[in-house]
Design a protein around this ligand. Structure first.
Ligand code: CA
Length: 363
């Protein structure tokens, strides 16, 4: 097959055409106009994996556009506070933002599906749903009233269940447990008899070390070791039922998006995809290294949640999600889409990734 026929046959011609000299023939508009955009984030500057992921995204866009797009990054609090990123981009005071959709449940409960929900999809499934299962179209619909264009731009992969100052042997051990755990996961803990609290990153370590909280989830070994959580509690539980695949997002003000020529739109779109691949790869590599460090630490016990605890938490999760669906038709539609996708992805996962990984574990 000739190269141009091959590119045309992919259907995603716009994305690839930017890399070819035949952009005019492919119908992709271009211009010499230069764009200088502000990118506001919910992360601390250069925070490992997340803040550095934003740096990667900006660098990809600047390099691929040969400087026609210049991106200035503002970490949390530098231009707007972390939790005002959505509004800042919606209103156009910044053209672009980076964060996670579950931070915006106050705008739309349905947004949470585009980050992660407890006992939801893993990263493979989440990307498959977004790109090939209708998820991205729903995400655009949810954000459209806010004048925002969303793109997946990063994923941490499955997180850890968190750090606990006492063992969790049964559901009754969650009674009275005061834990930093946001979102739907926090509501699930509350229904299990615990007390969810939300703390900013800067306060988590001290709260756990001083005993003002009994437990916290944060991310996974790479990020958790970076803020010293292994020095504040003994028991490190898995799996991260509360966040199986947090997708990070790049949000763009729609007026700013529409002002870009098509070739720059393609560059931004592909830079976001490339950032997802880069971040998931970085987390895999660095989590593995950090886990080895924790396994060698005699002050840390790495434990799996008992099966009946996971089953109990899963039942509570679905009761919370089903109640949200009763109150919010858009949430219900997105949940239907996600649930239908999981119903077909899980049987495939079971005989592919899961079955293969089982052979590795037993060898
Ligand atoms: Ca987390």
């Amino acid at each position: 097959m000739k190269r141009r026929e091959f590119i045309g046959g992919l259907g995603g011609g716009a994305a690839l055409a930017a890399c070819t000299p035949q952009t005019e023939q492919q119908g992709v508009s271009s211009s010499a106009e230069r764009f200088s955009w502000k990118l506001v984030t919910t992360w601390l500057p250069n925070f490992p994996g997340l803040g550095t992921g934003v740096n990667t995204l900006a660098r990809y866009i600047q390099e691929m556009s040969a400087g026609r797009m210049e991106i200035t990054i503002y970490a949390a609090g530098e231009l707007v506070p972390a939790f005002e990123v959505f509004d800042a981009v919606s209103q156009g005071s910044a053209e672009m933002g980076h964060g996670a959709a579950y931070y915006w449940r106050g705008k739309s409960e349905a947004a949470q599906f585009f980050a992660t929900i407890p006992f939801g999809m893993n990263a493979h499934e989440q990307n498959a749903w977004l790109y090939y299962g209708g998820g991205l179209e729903l995400w655009r619909e949810v954000y459209e009233p806010f004048n925002l264009m969303p793109f997946p731009a990063g994923n941490t992969g499955v997180q850890m269940g968190g750090w606990f100052n006492r063992p969790i042997d049964s559901m009754s051990d969650l009674h009275g447990l005061k834990m930093r755990i946001p979102g739907i996961g926090g509501e699930v803990l509350r229904r299990a008899g615990g007390t969810p609290v939300n703390l900013p990153l800067s306060e988590i370590f001290t709260a756990l070390q001083t005993g003002s909280i009994d437990a916290t989830e944060w991310v996974s070994p790479y990020n958790d070791v970076a803020i010293g959580l292994h020095q504040a509690a003994r028991y490190y539980y898995y799996p991260g039922w509360q966040e199986p695949a947090p997708t990070l997002e790049c949000i763009i003000n729609r007026d700013a998006w529409n002002s870009l020529p098509e070739d720059l739109q393609a560059i931004v779109r592909v830079a976001c995809q490339a950032t997802t691949l880069d971040m998931i790869s970085e987390f895999m590599a660095r989590n593995a290294t950090a886990l080895a460090q924790l396994q060698a630490d005699e002050n840390v016990e790495i434990r799996k949640f008992p099966d009946d605890v996971l089953t109990g938490l899963k039942e509570l999760t679905y009761s919370v999600v089903d109640e949200l669906a009763v109150d919010d038709p858009l949430f219900a539609r997105v949940w239907d889409s996600a649930r239908e996708f999981m119903a077909i992805s899980q049987p495939w996962q079971a005989i592919s990734e899961q079955a293969y990984l089982a052979t590795q574990a037993s060898s």
